[in-house]
Design a protein around this ligand. Structure first.
Ligand SMILES: Cc1cc2nc3c(=O)[nH]c(=O)nc-3n(C[C@H](O)[C@H](O)[C@H](O)COP(=O)(O)OP(=O)(O)OC[C@H]3O[C@@H](n4cnc5c(N)ncnc54)[C@H](O)[C@@H]3O)c2cc1C
Length: 387
């Protein structure tokens, strides 16, 4: 594979870099797990959209640039390299967006995709239920067809930022008497519909990062169904593939953290070198981030030849989540007791952000399907081991 960038790709990189240099917010936003921070991030998303940086791979008529995957990787490298704000409409833009492009009707695409690109609609994912997490086929929330509406009853949980979002997409049991992955439907629900109530849940960092969502005779028009009624599992598996695959967590995010880790190590070298193995841990994670980036370029090459990622997306998910954990653990070892301080602003110095990142990294092996489940998928579908 030729890893030399073309002049067009170099020009693209220069354009992204220049735009970010001119437009990055001067002060960090509040946490996106607060209403204030959520709205700041939404406004930033709109600004990205205005200059067609929100969804570079989407076509021009949807506000994108029609970029290919290599340009997307370049965009991500520049975006994370510049320390730009986290993207917070990923449930919409990266999961539901591609799902609608594949399974949505023309009317649904026109209605939802442009608003999603601009983040006028922020999306939450409603799959997990109290007794249906890893075993998603155990979903019991119901959607009963009543004329031209579904009537939804039940409960979803762990729905990231559902307490701030505008819409939720989820799986609901629509075929009476059906079991497991049969008889489920993929439905989009406006969260301001009467009968929806939302109870925030605090994450490890004390912020209301997710929510339980209760549905009590919630009426949703049938044209909010994606795909065929009762065939939602098939649609959801495609969405899950987008989540574990390349798009949700681009290597650039981890390369940027790895570079910060190297800087942290260099600044604390004298004390850090007293801990045998710390330098190796820094080096190992930096190399892993670089290797993940190389493997992403390799995957992009394969995808552009029309190949599929399939079950290999499970390998990606394990790599980035375990890498993120290891990098943050290493940073905490370097910082020692200072790492445990909840610090903000200038007084935090080089400890800023590491504790927050460390706490969030704990969840990487859980969300988007736990790593144990990913290992099951690799064992069964890639290695052909018995169930
Ligand atoms: C930060 C974060 C954000 C999230 N956001 C969302 C969201 O927006 N929307 C949403 O719907 N959900 C969301 N979730 C929920 C997430 O998808 C679930 O937590 C996850 O699927 C695991 O389900 P569970 O919590 O019910 O654990 P369980 O499924 O009960 O698993 C408990 C433990 O048993 C293991 N286990 C279970 N089954 C097997 C098996 N067959 N083989 C081996 N080990 C097994 C698991 O790996 C885990 O370690 C989020 C979770 C987190 C942490």
């Amino acid at each position: 594979m030729d890893l030399t960038y073309t002049p067009k790709q170099n020009a693209f990189r220069a354009e992204v870099r220049a735009w970010l240099a001119d437009n990055l917010p001067s002060e960090p936003f509040a946490s996106y797990d607060s209403r204030e921070g959520f709205e700041q991030h939404r406004a930033w998303e709109a600004k990205l959209f205005e200059s067609r940086w929100s969804m570079v791979m989407w076509p021009a008529e949807l506000g994108g640039r029609g970029s290919d995957l290599i340009e997307w990787l370049i965009f991500e490298e520049e975006y994370y390299g510049a320390g730009a704000p986290m993207r917070i409409n990923q449930n919409g833009q990266l999961l539901l967006g591609p799902t609608l492009m594949e399974f949505g009707t023309q009317e649904q695409k026109q209605r939802f995709l442009p608003r999603m690109a601009e983040s006028l609609d922020m999306w939450a994912q409603g799959w997990s239920e109290p007794n249906a997490g890893s075993d998603m086929a155990a979903i019991t929330s119901k959607a009963v067809l009543d004329g031209d509406h579904y009537v939804i009853n039940g409960q979803k949980t762990w729905s990231s930022r559902a307490n701030f979002a505008d819409w939720l997409f989820g799986l609901f049991r629509s075929e009476p008497g059906s079991t497991r992955h049969h008889g489920l439907s993929f439905i989009m629900v406006p969260l301001n519909t009467p009968g929806v109530s939302i109870r925030p849940i605090k994450a490890l960092n004390g912020k209301e990062a997710f929510a339980e969502v209760f549905f009590d005779d919630v009426r949703v028009p049938v044209n909010n169904l994606i795909g065929t009624q009762g065939q939602g599992w098939h649609v959801a598996m495609a969405t899950a593939g987008f989540e574990r695959g390349l798009l949700l967590r681009s290597p650039a995010r981890f390369q940027s953290t790895a570079r910060k880790l190297v800087e942290l190590y260099k600044a604390h070298r004298v004390s850090a070198d007293r801990d045998p193995g710390l330098r190796d841990a820094v080096l190992e994670t930096w190399m892993c981030a670089e290797a993940y980036a190389m493997s992403a370029y390799y995957t992009v090459g394969r995808l552009s030849r029309g190949e599929q990622i399939g079950a290999e997306s499970s390998i990606n998910k394990i790599i980035w989540s375990e890498l993120d954990l290891k990098m943050h653990e290493t940073a905490m070892r370097i910082l020692g007791t200072r790492g445990e301080l909840v610090t903000k602003g200038a007084s935090a110095g080089d400890a800023a952000g590491w504790l927050e990142g460390f706490l969030f990294a704990q969840s990487g092996p859980i969300y988007a399907g736990t790593n144990e489940i990913q290992r099951n998928i690799i064992a069964e579908r890639m290695l052909g081991l018995p169930k």
